[in-house]
Design a protein around this ligand. Structure first.
Ligand code: BES
Ligand code: MN
Ligand code: ZN
Length: 498
């Protein structure tokens, strides 16, 4: 399904196509909509009354071929109580508008972005409507060979008419970039593992060079030579060679310490020798969700020319059980020199991340690290698909991520870390083991990662619940929402740019 194209123009009703207007619970027509209705002989006021439309939040009223006009239809979208709209809701509104336009197969639509209560819709809010529309319009249908033309929704040309088009356009440019980054993340997550292996993922990341991102790809030889043995141990049961991709966007001051994002990129997680049950294993094509968010975020930051130095680092491996696969009981010496007893080969994400985290800490010397990983089923048990699990060794970073979550709707819930949990991964044979048993599974996974970041301010987002199998919402009707791109873009914009 093609995403809507978004344009801005001066607030006014169109002559043709679809007219969309916003209506609050009190049913007062806002000024431009009222002017249109007066000219059209009160067609709207009558339809609203006859349909007993209540204008509940994001409910729609559809008036087909309204008499006295050349319009295809008029769609009123409910705002509920406009004062109840939180910052995150403007994108949801745009998503609801796009969903309705797709449903009625509109090709050209004009939205009157105005409120009846005399409160101005800000340029940021108007631009968020456009962002939501683009997000909702995304879908992954690359592998549907039988497309019935008549069923195919057309790309909607959506014009948002606003009081100040130039201000809205300015607010739109970065959101357009974020929509592109989110689409990239979603595409990567949906792509099946037979198509998107480690090398193919690296090649997709390499394309960010077009946006001015420096992309360095480390291959098996270099990883072996440098001693990334924890990561290599995971990869050794697969035909696909491991890759580590380092992406650098230098939009900030020369010499300023970069911020860093690290992603788990297991292109398929069979569990390895500790093989997973068959039911649901197909979802493990999405076990590179953390790496996909980092890549999409780098795309967004570069495309909007973010004024910050940022490094994105992803570890790409496939976890498979062939004759060369690592075994439970194996002991590996990680890049950090710390030794790890592999109790369960299905706890592979932390083995990949520990080497990438160590490398970033040592070589990049970042101001902070945020890692993202579809790390544990346990976080899904704890938080469902509603919140990402947040772990941090730094309260300021944790608070900033929490706030960015509330602003974007990609919310997180902070989980604990402590020495008592850390003890659970001590090993009889090595410095640590890669699982701490059933209890507190997400926390012991985070404690494991914490052993590789030293004193660097660090946050870990366990996105096993939010990265995939996403519920259908105003912003998303696919299997993944690209959760994390908007959250982290916001974190950067609010705190790390000039
Ligand atoms: N990739 C999985 C976690 C996962 C589960 C992601 C469900 C998305 C949905 C991870 O590698 C894994 O297998 N974790 C194990 C850890 C256990 C063996 C300690 C888990 O959660 O069961
Ligand atoms: Mn696993
Ligand atoms: Zn995994």
């Amino acid at each position: 399904m093609p995403q809507p194209s978004v344009a801005f123009a001066k607030l006014a009703a169109p002559e043709t196509g679809v007219l969309v207007l916003l209506l609050a619970e009190d049913l007062t027509l806002p000024p431009a909509a009222a002017a249109f209705d007066a000219k059209a002989g009160g067609v709207l006021a009558r339809a609203i009354a006859k349909a007993a439309f209540k204008a509940k939040q994001f409910a729609t009223l559809d008036v087909v071929a309204p008499a006295g006009t050349d319009l295809d239809r008029v769609i009123a979208v409910g705002l509920g109580k406009p004062a109840d709209l939180a910052e995150k809701d403007w994108a949801r509104l745009g998503g609801a508008v796009a969903a309705k336009l797709l449903e009625v197969k509109a090709t050209t639509a004009t939205l009157l972005v105005e409120r009846a209560d005399g409160v101005a819709v800000t340029p940021d809010q108007a631009a968020d409507i456009g962002l939501g529309a683009r997000l909702r319009g995304w879908s992954f249908d690359a592998y549907k060979s039988k497309k019935k033309d008549e069923d195919e929704p057309k790309a909607v040309k959506l014009t948002l008419t606003v009081e100040s088009p130039s201000a809205a356009k300015k607010a739109w440019a970065p959101r357009d970039a974020v929509a592109d980054g989110s689409a990239l993340t979603r595409d990567l997550i949906c792509e099946p593992a037979n198509v998107l292996g480690t090398e193919e993922f690296a090649a997709r990341a390499k394309k960010l060079e077009k946006l001015g991102v420096e992309v360095e790809i480390l291959g098996e030889k270099e990883l072996k030579k440098a001693g990334w043995n924890a990561l290599l141990g995971v990869a050794q049961g697969s035909k696909r060679p491991p890759r580590v991709v380092i992406m650098r966007w230098n939009g900030g001051e020369k010499g300023e310490a970069p911020i860093a994002f690290v992603g788990k990129g297991v292109v398929f997680d069979s569990g390895g020798i500790s093989i997973k049950p068959a039911a649901g294993m197909e979802d493990m094509k999405g076990d590179m969700g953390g790496a996909a968010v980092v890549t999409g975020l780098m795309h967004a930051l570069a495309a909007r020319k973010a004024e910050v130095n940022v490094v994105g680092a992803i570890g790409l491996v496939e976890n498979m059980p062939d004759a060369g696969a690592q075994r439970p009981g194996d002991i590996v010496t990680s890049l950090s020199g710390q030794t790890i007893e592999v109790i369960n080969t299905d706890a592979e994400g932390r083995l990949v991340l520990c080497d990438v985290l160590w490398h970033v800490k040592e070589e990049v010397k970042p101001a902070f690290i945020v890692d993202l990983a579809t790390l544990t089923g346990a976080i899904l048990v704890a938080l469902g698909k509603i919140n990402g699990g947040l772990f941090a060794n730094d309260d300021t970073l944790a608070a900033r991520i929490t706030a960015a979550g509330l602003a974007t709707g990609e919310t997180v819930w902070r989980m604990p870390l402590s020495a008592d949990y850390d003890k659970l991964i001590d090993s009889t044979w090595a410095d640590m083991k890669n699982t701490g048993g059933r209890d507190a599974g997400s926390i012991t996974a985070a404690q494991f990662l914490k052993r590789f970041v030293g004193d660097v301010p660090w946050a870990h987002l366990d996105i096993a619940g939010t990265a995939m199998g996403s519920p259908s919402t105003e912003l998303n009707k696919g299997w993944t929402s690209g959760w994390g791109v908007r959250l982290l873009d916001r974190l950067v914009a609010d705190h790390y740019e000039k």
